[in-house]
Every structure is written in structure tokens, then in C-alpha cells.
Ligand binder design. Structure first.
Ligand code: PLP
Length: 429
């Protein structure tokens, strides 16, 4: 059975939820036929240059022969096997590769099935660590506003309270501690005044705080804000001083996106617990991981109850681990650093002219991330089709029009992509 565009759209509109959507909204939606390299092909035959990497994930582009081969080979062996009492090469090989790539202190790996779950796991690790250390009073998490850590309840509790719609769920969400997001931007110094609110909150509450949780350097879905590496460095120092763990959520920033393999490298620090996801499988399969130190793993393992209390059904799915392994090999065998630098230059040249427009509040670029912040929220009803008309796939949210192209995008395509963004933005009144 083959459906035409109208049939797909009608069924979609009446029975399928999309991310942060309503049923029957009638908002424009576009059926995809296939994707290849940096191009997405719609069912109606139009081709779009991909500016989103499917939300940070598809760093090598789509339908990559090496990625396909890795999954096909694994498919011939087994697509899934339970991880309780059994193990397999794709999982242990990927764990070893992750330990090799991430900062030195991170030495053990918990595989989760999505970014949100890896954040839940990170938060549980922190709580179980303090429980094992006979500090069960350490139950709270401290974070900065404008963060985004996922959509499950634990993760949601440390998302920005306003963006994260905490009011709807206030009866069930654990109450966490928040301070304002740093005002010191990337490549700027962090003054005593900038860190003071965080320092004070931690000093006052450290006895109750299990961990600080942050997105390092780039706050993603909570506002696409970039902040000072020095701020992050000082957060690390304060966590050490007050005996509080530091969880870094590298789900969006990991694997080269900011110009470093991991964003924490900008500050030359390492966390006690790190979450990775998104680009981990090059956008092929859902997979995430939570890494931690040997000290934390051993403390949890030897303390009461002697087990880490989490175990997803699809933990370390072999197809996903094979995709992860293939993706990380592709990445480390590629000149990713040069590619990301070239994207940074192109995004800068292509987007900075938008600053001239009255409708634009700010333009910022870091690594392979380009953000145009508008003064007003964009009207998705008109803007989304305008991007399609211009031949690009860009998915704004709120006041933010942002690009994070696959690392393989060449100069010519980057030029086309940013020109289309400038065009569409200049027509917004
Ligand atoms: C996307 C994201 C998550 C959640 O990951 P899912 O796979 O969508 O559950 C968590 N933290 C950050 C920083 C993210 O960008």
C-alpha cells in the first residue's frame, strides 16, 4: 500500500502526536520520502538542505554507507538481546570507545535508551552515591535557569521552570534549586559578580545538594545561550569545595558540535557524571549513556543496597551500539575539527548580516551552531513553509532560528543554507 501526500497528512493530523504538538492543529507538516547526505527528500519530490541534523544527531548526514553496513552486519547476528546476565561485543567495544574519548576520570558506562533516561540515571547515581556514603540528606539538585535536560520527571525538575512548564506539574515535580543563567557570554571573562549568585546558593544549601547539573557552555532547547568557560571552571571549583557532585549534560554538545570533542574541554574540567546521547549514533538509533568515575561506581556498588537501581528493557541494544561504534569511528577518523571550524566561519559570515535587521535581537555562533534570536516569536504557520519554499530544513522555536548542520556539509551548501535563512528572516515583519 502506498499513500499519497494528502493521505499521509490527513492521518497524521488526526491520530499522531509530534514533539510538543497538539492533535488536529492543522499546522504545516511535511512527509519525508528519504534522506541522503545533507539532503532531505519530501514525498512531493522537493529536496531540502538539512540545517538541523535531526536535532543535533545526524552529524555524518543521512544514509551513510559505513553506518548502514555496520547496522546491516549486526542485524545478521542479532538485533536485540536482553542485557541482564548477557553481554555482547558492540556494547563493550562502544563502552571502551566512550571511556577513551571522554575526560580521563570517567571510567564506567551505563547505557540508556534516550537522553532523558540518561539524565534520570545520572541523578539516581548522584543520590545513590550519597546514600552509600551515609549522607541521605543530600537529595536536591542545583542548576541554572534556561536549562533543558529532557522530558521525564527527574529531568523535567531541573529544566527551566518557565520553559519547562513546571506550573502544570508542580504537584508531582521534586523542588530543585535554581539560580539565574550566567550573563557572561562565551569568550568573555566571568567576574566575581557573575558567579556570586551560584556561589551563594551552593554555600547556603550544599548540605542538601547531591549534585549540580548543567549543560556545559551551550544551553540548548532552553534558549540556545552560550556562556563563559570560566564560569564552568568556577562551578567545578565550587562543587569540589562544597563536596557536591557535578553532572554535565553533554547530550547536545558532545561529539564535536562546539568545536571540542566535549564542551567541558573549553573549560578544561571534567564532571563526576556525564550524559551523552543525540549524535552518539550519528542519528541512526536512539541511544544514550551515563558515564561516571570509578570512585562513584565503586561507592554505589559496595554501599547499600549494593546495586545501581536502573535497568531498561532495551539497555545496550546491539543495533544501537553498533551504530554508535560506527559513528564514533567515522568521527574520530574524520577531520571533524577542521570541518566544524569551517562551518563556524561559514555560519558567522552567513548569519552575522542578520544583525542589521530591526526584527533581530542577536546573532551568535559557536562551532557548528548558529543562532539568530529574533525580537519576537516567529509565526510557524508562515515561517515553516517559507523555509521549505527556500529549499532548506530549518525548524525554529519561539524567538530562535538556529542551524546545526551535519559536519559533512560543504561550503557551497552552507552558503545556500545561510542565504536562505537571511532571505526568510528579511521577510519577517
Ligand atoms: C535532547 C536533550 C536531552 C533529552 O534527550 P532525549 O533523547 O530527547 O530524551 C537532554 N539534555 C539535553 C541537553 C538535550 O539536548
Amino acid at each position: 500500500m502506498s499513500m499519497n501526500q494528502e493521505q499521509i497528512m490527513a492521518l497524521d493530523n488526526s491520530l499522531v502526536w509530534h514533539p510538543y504538538s497538539s492533535i488536529g492543529s492543522g499546522l504545516p507538516i511535511f512527509p519525508v520520502e528519504s534522506a541522503q547526505g545533507v539532503r532531505i527528500r519530501l514525498v512531493d519530490g522537493r529536496e531540502l538542505l538539512d540545517g538541523m541534523s535531526s536535532w543535533w544527531c545526524a552529524i555524518h548526514g543521512y544514509n551513510h554507507p559505513q553506518m548502514n553496513r555496520a547496522i546491516e552486519e549486526q542485524l545478521g547476528r542479532m538485533s536485540h538481546i536482553m542485557f541482564g546476565g548477557l553481554t555482547h561485543q558492540p556494547a563493550v567495544e562502544l563502552a571502551a570507545k566512550l571511556v577513551e574519548l571522554t575526560p580521563v576520570p570517567l571510567q564506567t558506562v551505563f547505557f540508556a535508551d534516550s537522553g532523558s533516561v540518561s539524565v534520570e540515571v545520572a541523578m539516581k547515581m548522584a543520590l545513590q552515591y550519597w546514600h552509600a556514603k551515609k549522607h541521605p540528606e543530600k537529595q536536591k539538585f542545583l542548576t541554572i535557569r534556561n536549562g533543558y535536560h529532557g522530558d521525564t520527571f527527574g529531568a523535567m525538575s531541573v529544566c527551566d521552570p518557565i520553559n519547562g512548564m513546571h506550573s502544570i506539574f508542580s504537584g508531582v515535580l521534586p523542588q530543585q534549586l535554581f539560580v539565574d543563567a550566567p550573563a557572561c557570554g562565551f569568550n568573555t571573562a566571568c567576574s566575581d559578580g557573575d558567579i556570586a549568585p551560584f556561589a551563594q546558593r551552593l554555600a547556603e544549601n550544599h548540605k542538601q545538594v547531591a549534585a549540580v547539573i548543567l549543560e556545559p557552555i551551550v544551553q540548548g532547547a532552553g534558549g540556545m545561550r552560550f556562556y563563559s568557560a570560566e564560569y564552568l571552571k568556577r562551578v567545578r571549583e565550587l562543587c569540589d569545595k562544597h563536596d557536591v557532585l557535578l553532572i554535565l549534560d553533554e547530550i547536545a554538545t558532545g561529539f564535536g558540535r562546539t568545536g571540542k570533542m566535549f564542551a567541558c574541554e573549553h573549560a578544561d574540567i571534567s564532571p563526576d557524571i556525564m550524559c551523552v546521547g543525540k549524535a552518539l549514533t550519528g542519528g541512526y538509533m536512539t541511544l544514550a549513556a551515563t558515564l561516571t568515575t570509578r570512585e562513584i561506581s565503586e561507592t554505589i556498588s559496595s554501599g547499600d543496597p549494593g546495586l545501581f537501581m536502573h535497568g531498561p528493557t532495551f539497555m545496550a541494544n546491539p543495533l544501537a551500539c553498533s551504530a554508535g561504534l560506527a559513528s564514533l569511528h567515522l568521527l574520530t577518523d574524520s577531520p571533524w575539527h577542521t570541518r566544524v571550524s569551517k562551518i563556524e566561519i561559514n555560519l558567522h559570515q552567513g548569519l552575522v548580516p542578520c544583525r542589521e535587521l530591526k526584527t533581530v535581537a542577536d546573532v551568535r555562533v559557536l562551532g557548528a551552531i548558529g543562532v539568530v534570536e529574533m525580537a519576537e516569536p516567529v509565526d510557524m504557520k508562515t515561517v515553516q513553509p517559507a523555509f521549505i519554499e527556500a529549499g532548506v530544513w530549518v525548524r525554529p522555536f519561539g524567538r530562535l532560528i538556529y542551524l546545526m548542520p551535519p559536519y559533512i556539509m560543504n561550503d557551497k551548501d552552507l552558503h545556500t543554507l545561510t542565504a536562505a535563512v537571511r532571505d526568510v528572516i528579511s521577510n519577517i515583519r
